[in-house]
Design a protein around this ligand. Structure first.
Ligand code: SF4
Ligand code: SF4
Length: 385
């Protein structure tokens, strides 16, 4: 297993971390009920801890608030002290300052630990950021740190680079967690964000390194590009190699749901050449062309410019198309449907479209947005968590 320095905190973490958002699940026969398969999840977590992974990431909300307790149970009895446990509290449940502490205490109980190695503010984006500053949430976290309940303070971020830069420069964060992979180099936080975090000495942890597993099963046009390279590698390995090349990245969180995936990933991260700056010019070219091949499979040519927003009915049009395009690009809609569920919960999904037509007038790509939204909704609706 490769280990990387964790920002300025003075210890190393495994370059592969276990993300506890996609633990093994059991689905009832009618598909209406889904829960963590605790036995399999515990086996998976313990195998990871016993085979070199020392970084475990979870969150208050994962698996309907059960992920933390499963992780706690798995690490209890000797493994907890050997690993780093990281979790997050979302701004949405920080109703009062007292709630912030209550939520942390509850989390510590669920994780069966007296302290967290890192406590994140979950999913800061430019929306709640002003409120997070006004409510002095970071100062609450600092109190927890002074009391020894948490050892480091971080944030996770979904959004554009300018917002990320603002959050990053506001405070002396110990770590930050962002979505990044070779498909998303110019979306969300971008390669510039990776560099900015590195320059600040802030530990950087990557989520969605395989785009929700989508990069694990490359479609034919992408396979053809990979096959040009003399050494045969899986789609997973190509995606991880792109990330391990960045010296700024401490850990890559992969949401592994089976022992088979876990063993494959541990094998990849244990190769002696999985080190910073490992990519040759030929390998970089292969990855760039694999990205182009993926993008050639996009169904709706939405550029994400957001000129169509705001929609009077609250539909987040580009986000619907991003999820729909991902499903087509990866030949698998499961991850997109799961992500769409959050949009449904936020009442920002395509079912709210009233066909007023105002978005179509503003779209520089002249997309038939109303029609495309209907098609996308049919493909994406119905996920049960
Ligand atoms: S057509 Fe539908 S998606 Fe477009 S602005 Fe009107 S309500 Fe919103
Ligand atoms: S205006 Fe058109 S291209 Fe831009 S985000 Fe909206 S749908 Fe996509």
């Amino acid at each position: 297993m490769q280990y990387r320095p964790y920002g300025k905190l003075g210890y190393n973490v495994s370059a592969l971390g276990l993300g506890c958002m996609r633990l093994p699940r059991v689905v009832s026969d009618d598909g209406a009920e889904v829960r963590v398969d605790k036995e399999k999840a515990i086996e998976l977590i313990q195998y990871a801890a016993d085979h070199g992974i020392n970084y475990f990431d979870t969150a208050y909300g994962y698996h309907r608030q059960t992920s933390e307790s499963v992780l706690g149970e798995a690490l209890d009895g000797g493994r907890r002290e050997k690993v780093k446990v990281v979790t997050k509290q979302p701004f949405g449940v920080m109703t009062t300052q007292a709630d912030i502490r209550k939520n942390l205490e509850n989390t510590l109980k669920k994780l069966r630990t007296g302290y967290l190695d890192v406590y994140l503010i979950h999913n800061i984006n430019i929306g709640p950021w002003d409120e997070i500053k006004e409510r002095k949430i970071i100062e609450e976290y600092e109190k927890f740190k002074a009391e020894g309940l948490i050892r480091a303070i971080g944030f996770s971020y979904h959004g554009q680079f300018p917002g990320f830069k603002e959050v990053l420069s506001y405070y002396d964060w110990d770590m930050c967690q962002v979505m990044y992979n070779f498909i998303d180099t110019d979306k969300e936080v971008t390669t510039e964000a990776i560099k900015a975090a590195g320059e600040k000495g802030c530990a950087l942890v990557i989520m969605e390194p395989l785009r929700g597993g989508g990069l694990a099963t490359p479609p034919e046009p992408v396979k053809a590009v990979y096959n040009e390279f003399p050494v045969k590698r899986s789609g997973v390995e190509w995606a991880f190699r792109h990330l391990i090349n960045f010296p700024q990245i401490s850990a890559n969180l992969s949401g592994m749901s089976t022992l088979e995936q876990l063993k494959e990933n541990i094998g990849i991260f244990s190769k002696s050449d999985m080190v910073a700056n490992c990519l040759s010019e030929q390998e970089k070219d292969i990855i760039a062309r694999a990205k182009t091949a993926y993008e050639s499979l996009i169904t709706v040519r939405c550029t994400g410019c957001e000129y169509c927003l705001p929609c009077p009915k609250g539909v987040n049009i580009p986000q619907v198309f991003i999820k729909y395009n991902d499903g087509g690009m990866f030949g698998n809609f499961d991850q997109s449907r799961r992500a769409y569920m959050f949009q449904v919960n936020a009442n920002a999904d395509a079912s709210h479209c009233a066909a007023c037509g105002s978005c179509e007038k503003k779209c520089p790509q002249h997309l038939e947005i109303i029609k495309e939204l209907k098609t996308a909704h049919e493909a994406l609706k119905g996920w049960v968590e």
